[in-house]
Design a protein around this ligand. Structure first.
Ligand code: NAP
Length: 313
């Protein structure tokens, strides 16, 4: 039986609608949560991501503003900008789009973001809150995956989960969220021995690697839930054939555009999995939806007392 397709677009739309309703309710109390996005230089992919984030903010009723320092910006100039955004009360969320130019000390800049406004959840204080199960801000991609799993009715407690990838942005916080939800978690990386064998133990397999179609059917336990975080653009014809031989729809896209987007999971794995996220249309849309949700959450946590007071009036 083919795998159930976990529709990230649908779940992301539900989350955005919930955020929009809460933002509207807050506006009745005179509060409009605000997001500041910092885009340094002219990175084409980053420009597309930031445009999507600003557009989505407008759609759910958040205030948003974009700061675009030049690609020659210094660490000091960015620290000054972050300091100013930290001080402004109407800004609840600060997002520094990565990657930053080489001359910038990215760790220093991310560390300067007020943890209560750190809607990416990258600040060590939020990392600590997550690992000690205290309220905080959690990175958007893994928290979106947890929403997708929960809202699809997939059981986590007691299940074997394997996360392939140990980045600070996806793999590690993903593993932490799964262990907090009572899964038995294994984290794999480039030095893991017998990756296919370890992956095959998973009831829930999360692939966050950045290698097109690396998770082939022999990595997947029959009936497992497979979450594909990878976003890889394939332009090579032989690589395309390895992944999509016989797929007419993808062949047409490849012919027309010269490339296709593919995850870290080989499309044939869908024949073995019980449920699987597509690429595109799986994890990607959830990441932006959770940024909206995190900005709302930051506003409620920062201005919590005022929200309670104003709603009494
Ligand atoms: P990353 O920082 O490059 O981390 C990749 C991880 O994969 C590393 O831990 C690395 O191991 C591991 N890895 C690489 N090659 C491997 C191999 N052959 N076998 C086993 N493990 C291997 O990447 P990331 O930022 O986590 O992103 C991963 C993917 O998710 C990328 O395709 C990215 O574009 C995508 N992504 C998507 C979204 C979304 O919204 N959909 C959001 C974020 C990221 P080592 O640590 O040993 O090097």
């Amino acid at each position: 039986m083919p795998a159930t397709i976990l529709d990230g677009n649908k779940i992301a739309a539900d989350i955005r609608a919930e955020v929009a309703a809460e933002v509207k309710a807050l506006s009745g109390a005179g509060i409009r949560p605000g997001l500041a996005v910092v885009l340094v230089g002219n990175h084409p992919a980053s420009e597309i991501y930031v445009r999507g984030k600003v557009k989505s903010s407008e759609e759910v009723g958040l205030y948003s503003e974009k700061h675009t320092p030049s690609e020659h910006a210094t660490t000091e100039a960015l620290l000054e900008l972050i300091g100013e955004l930290n001080r402004r009360d109407e800004i609840d969320g600060i997002l520094v789009q990565l990657p930053l130019p080489r001359q910038v000390d990215a760790k220093k800049v991310l560390l300067a973001v007020d943890p209560s406004k750190d809607v990416d959840g990258f600040h060590p204080m939020n990392v600590g809150f997550l690992s000690t199960q205290r309220p905080g801000l959690v990175p958007c991609t893994p928290s979106g995956i947890m929403e997708l799993i929960d809202r699809s009715g997939i059981r986590v407690a007691g299940q074997e989960a394997v996360v392939v990838g140990r980045s600070d942005i996806v793999g590690k916080p993903m593993a932490m969220l799964l262990v907090n939800a009572n899964a038995t978690v294994t984290i794999c990386h480039s030095k893991t021995r017998d990756l296919a064998g370890v992956s095959r133990r998973a009831d829930i397999l999360v692939a966050a690697i950045g290698r097109a179609g690396m998770i082939t059917p022999d990595f997947v336990k029959p009936g497992a839930t497979v979450i594909d975080v990878g976003m890889n653009r394939v332009t090579d014809a032989a690589e395309f054939e390895r992944l999509f031989r016989g797929n007419r729809q993808r062949q047409e896209t490849f012919r027309a555009k010269g490339s296709v987007l593919v995850g870290d999971v080989h499309p044939e794995a869908a024949k073995i999995a019980g449920a699987i996220t597509p690429v595109p249309g799986g994890v990607g849309p959830l990441t932006i939806a959770m940024l909206m949700s995190n900005t709302l959450r930051a506003a409620k946590m920062r201005r919590g007392n005022r929200v309670a007071e104003l709603s009494k009036v």
